[in-house]
Design a protein around this ligand. Structure first.
Ligand SMILES: Cc1ncc(COP(=O)(O)O)c(C=O)c1O
Length: 379
C-alpha cells in the first residue's frame, strides 16, 4: 500500500467497529477477560488480547501500525511526547559504561538528557559535527553503543550522510537513532539507508494542527520490542484520545506537506534575492551547501528554515519580528498549520527560523516584505 493510501486505510477495518469509518477511541485503562482460560492463553501469547493501556491500546495500535508502515519498519511505539520517544529509546539501548555519540546539532533537550540524566547512570556522551560523518570511524570511542543523528537539523539544517554513518555503525555493532521529524517519513526513510531506530516529535508535522504533543519510535522487531518493554517500565505512553488526534492529523499529512514545501520553496527563493538577506538555510534550495546530499537521501523538503539578515541592532531585530506578527506567530514550535517565527540565535542574532504555514503564500510574502522595510529603517 502506498503511503497516501496507508494514511487513510492501513490498519483500519470499519467492520471491526460497527462500520465506523474512523477508529473508536478506546477510552479505557483496562481490558478484561471472558474466562480464566482466555487470561491464561493471553498470558502465554497464544491469543492477542489487550490487558492494560500502558502496554497497548487498539486506538494507539492503529497509529503505531501506520507509522511502522510509513517508516518501512517492523514495528512502532507511540509516546506522550517526542522527548518520551527519544529518552525511552536511549534508555532502552544503553547501560552503565556505554558511550553515546551525539550530533552537535541535536535538539537541545537531547543534549541535556545525555549530559545530565544519562551521565548520572555512568553513560558518557561526546559530539560529532554532521559534516564529519565520512571521517567518523577513526573518532568513535571504543565503548560507543549509540550514534544519535538529526538530519536535517532543526535550526541550521545541516545534512548528515546517513549511508556513511550507518555503514560505520553496522560494522562496529553500534545502534543508530535518528530524529526524522523535519523530513517526516513521507520525505525521508532512514531505515532504507541503514539507520536502526527512527524517532519523531509528532507534535510538529505528523499532528500538524498545533493541538497535540506526542512522539513515535520505529524500527526492527528486535529493537522495537526492547523499546516497548522500556516504555512499559517508564510509562510515557500516548493517551487513546491523543492517538486518535494523531491518526486524524496523519490523514492530511501528504497534502499539508506538499503545500508547506511549495510555499517554503517560493519564500526561501524570494528571500535569497532580497538585498538585506545574507543567507537562507533551506535544504530545498540548490544554493544550500548540503543540497546535493539532501537530494540523494530525501524525496522532498518540508517548510521550516532559517535565514540571516545583514547584522543590525537589537531594536532592528525586534522591529523585524514585530512587523511579522500580523500573520506569523512568535513561538518556538513548528510544523503546524500556522506560520511561525523565532529568532534563531537570540534577539541580537539577525537570524530567524520560520515555519511556513498553510496561509496564502502571497500574504506571507507581503508581510515579510513589510518586515524587511521595518528592519531597513533601523541601524
Ligand atoms: C527536532 C525536535 N525533536 C524533538 C523534539 C521534542 O518533541 P516534543 O516537544 O514532542 O517532546 C522537538 C520539539 O520541539 C524538536 O524540535
Amino acid at each position: 500500500m502506498k503511503p497516501n493510501t496507508a494514511l487513510l486505510h492501513y490498519a483500519e477495518d470499519p467492520s471491526d467497529w460497527q462500520g465506523a469509518v474512523n477508529p473508536p477511541i478506546y477510552r479505557t485503562s483496562l481490558f478484561c477477560y471472558d474466562s480464566c482460560q482466555q487470561m491464561i492463553d493471553a498470558g502465554e501469547g497464544k491469543i492477542t488480547h489487550y490487558s492494560y493501556t500502558r502496554s497497548g491500546n487498539p486506538t494507539t495500535h492503529v497509529l503505531e501500525e501506520k507509522i511502522a508502515l510509513l517508516e518501512h519498519a517492523d514495528g512502532a511505539v507511540a509516546f506522550g511526547s517526542g522527548m518520551a520517544a527519544i529518552s525511552t529509546c536511549l534508555l532502552a539501548m544503553v547501560r552503565s559504561g556505554d558511550h553515546v555519540l551525539l550530533t552537535n546539532n541535536a535538539y537541545g533537550p537531547v543534549h541535556r538528557l545525555c549530559n545530565h540524566t544519562l551521565a548520572r547512570f555512568g553513560v558518557t556522551t561526546s559530539y560529532y559535527k554532521p559534516g564529519d560523518a565520512a571521517d567518523l570511524d577513526a573518532n568513535i570511542p571504543e565503548h560507543t553503543r549509540v550514534i544519535y543523528l538529526e538530519s536535517p537539523g532543526s535550526m541550521t539544517f545541516e545534512i548528515t550522510d546517513l549511508r556513511a554513518v550507518s555503514a560505520v555503525a553496522r560494522r562496529r555493532g553500534i545502534v543508530t537513532i535518528i530524529d526524522n521529524s523535519w523530513a517526516t517519513p513521507l520525505y525521508q526513510n532512514p531505515i532504507d539507508l541503514g539507520i536502526d531506530l527512527v524517532v519523531h516529535t509528532g507534535s510538529k508535522y505528523l499532528g500538524g494542527h498545533s493541538d497535540l504533543v506526542f512522539g513515535v519510535a520505529a524500527g526492527s522487531r528486535e529493537l522495537i520490542e526492547q523499546v516497548h518493554r522500556q516504555a512499559c517500565e517508564l510509562g510515557g505512553i500516548i493517551s487513546p484520545e491523543d492517538a486518535y488526534l494523531a491518526i486524524r492529523g496523519l490523514r492530511t499529512l501528504p497534502v499539508r506537506l506538499a503545500q508547506h514545501q511549495r510555499s517554503a520553496m517560493q519564500i526561501a527563493a524570494w528571500l535569497s534575492e532580497q538585498p538585506l538577506v545574507t543567507d537562507v538555510l533551506y535544504p530545498g534550495l540548490e544554493s544550500f551547501p548540503g543540497h546535493a546530499l539532501a537530494a540523494s537521501q530525501m524525496s522532498g523538503y518540508s517548510g521550516v528554515f532559517t535565514f540571516k539578515l545583514q547584522p543590525k541592532s537589537r531594536e532592528a531585530n525586534m522591529a523585524f519580528v514585530d512587523a511579522l506578527l500580523p500573520l506569523f506567530r512568535l513561538g518556538c514550535s513548528w510544523g503546524g498549520f500556522e506560520s511561525l517565527v523565532i529568532p534563531a540565535f537570540g534577539l541580537d542574532g539577525s537570524a530567524y527560523r520560520v515555519s511556513i504555514g498553510l496561509e496564502d503564500v502571497e500574504d506571507l510574502q507581503n508581510v515579510l516584505a513589510g518586515a524587511l522595510d521595518a528592519y531597513d529603517a533601523h541601524s
